[in-house]
Design a binder for this molecule. Sequence first.
Ligand code: NAD
Ligand code: MG
Length: 384
Amino acid sequence: MKKHIAILGSTGSIGVQALNVIENHPDHFEVEVLTANWNSELLIRQAVKHRPKAVVIADKEKYQVVSDALSYLGITVMAGEEQVAEAACLSDIDMVLIAIVGYAGLLPSVKAIQAGKDIALANKETLVIAGELITCMAQENNVSIIPVDSEHSAIFQCMAGEDMSRVEKIYLTASGGPFRGKSLEFLRNVTRREALTHPNWSMGEKITIDSASMMNKGLEVIEARWLFGLSPDQIDVIVHPQSVIHSMVQFVDGSMKAQMGLPDMKLPIQYALAWPERLKSSFRRFSFTDYPNLSFEKPDYEVFRNLTLAFEALARGGNIPCALNAANEVAVKAFLQNRIRFTDMPVMIEKAINRIHFISEPSLSDYISTDQETRIITSEFIQT
Ligand code: NAD
Ligand code: MG
C-alpha cells in the first residue's frame, strides 16, 4: 500500500528534498497535493513530473499561469492561502508534510489535523505559536505528529521502544551557526550575506538567519516541549559544531542514547514520511575517520540573547511564545532587508513581547490576534 502525501511548501528547501525522497521510493509514496507561495515555475515543473491530483498557488495572481500549464493534465489548480489549507484535507491523503515557513504554516496544520491527517512537521513555528492547542487537537483527532526537524527526529528515533516517563532530560544539539564564539561587538556589524552562510546546512533564508542568531534553537526548545510533553527544565541545549550527533536522550538510569548521521535533511524527511517503517536509502554514509573529533560546548546565552528570550517565553507560557515567534519573523525580515542590525533583532523581540497583553490559556483566535498585534508593535519599534 502506497502512502498518499500532500506537501505544503513543495518549492522550498524541505519541499524539494521531500520530492527527491519520494522520487527514490515510487513503491512507497504517491504525491497527492503540492502547494507553493509564489514560485509558479517550480511548482509547474514539480507537478508535471509528479502528477499530483491538485496543486495550490497561494499568490492568486499566479493562478492563470499555473492553470494554463497544468489543467490539460487533469490536475486541479487552486489559488489562495485558504486553499492551501483546504487542499491538505482532500480525502485520499494519508499524510501532510508541513514544509511552509513561519506563521503561514499554522492554519494549514490546524485544518489537516481536524481532517484526521497524520502530520510530518517541518514547520516548527506551528508548535511554537500554539503547541498546547495543536498537541491536544492531534490527540483528540487521533493524529500522529512526526517531527522532520533533525533534532526532534533524533529524539523521536531514540525514543523508539522507550517510555516517555523514563526520560530524565534531552539535549538538543546546535551547530552554533556561522558566528559561534563571536562577541556581541562582532555581531553588531555582520552583514546579511555573512548571516546567510551556514557552515553545515543549506536551508531557506528565514531558518538560516534563525540559526545564525540561535533563535532557531530557541524555537526548537519550545517545539520539543510540546512534541515530547517535557517540562522546560528537562530540555538542554549543547553546541556541537560538527552537526553529526543530531540530539540525545538521557534516561532515568543515566543511560544516554544519541542519533547520529551526516547533516542531510533527506534522512529525517524520509524517516517521517515512511514512519513507522524505516526505508533503505543510498544517502552518503558517515565515516568516523572523517570526524576524528566531536566537540561540545555550552551556548553563550549573553551573546545569543534570542536563546534566553525563547527559554523565558516558554517559562511564561500562554500567548508569549506566539508573540516571540511573530516578533522574530518581523525582525528577521527587517534584517534581511538591511533595515536593522543583526544585534537589533533580540532588542526588538524583547521590547515587543514585553508589550503584549498576557493570555494564559489562549484560543486559536487569541493566537491569531496575538500574532497580528505583535507584528504591528514590532514594526513600529523598527520604524522608530
Ligand atoms: P523555504 O523558505 O525554503 O520554503 C518555504 C516554503 O513555504 C516554500 O515552498 C514557499 O512557497 C512556502 N510558503 C512560504 N510562505 C507561504 C505562505 N504565506 N503561504 C503558503 N506557502 C508559503 O523554507 P525551508 O527552509 O524549506 O523551511 C520550511 C520549514 O521547515 C520552516 O518552518 C523551517 O523552520 C523548517 N525546517 C527547515 C529545515 C531546512 O533544512 N530547510 C530544517 C529543519 C526545519
Ligand atoms: Mg533543527
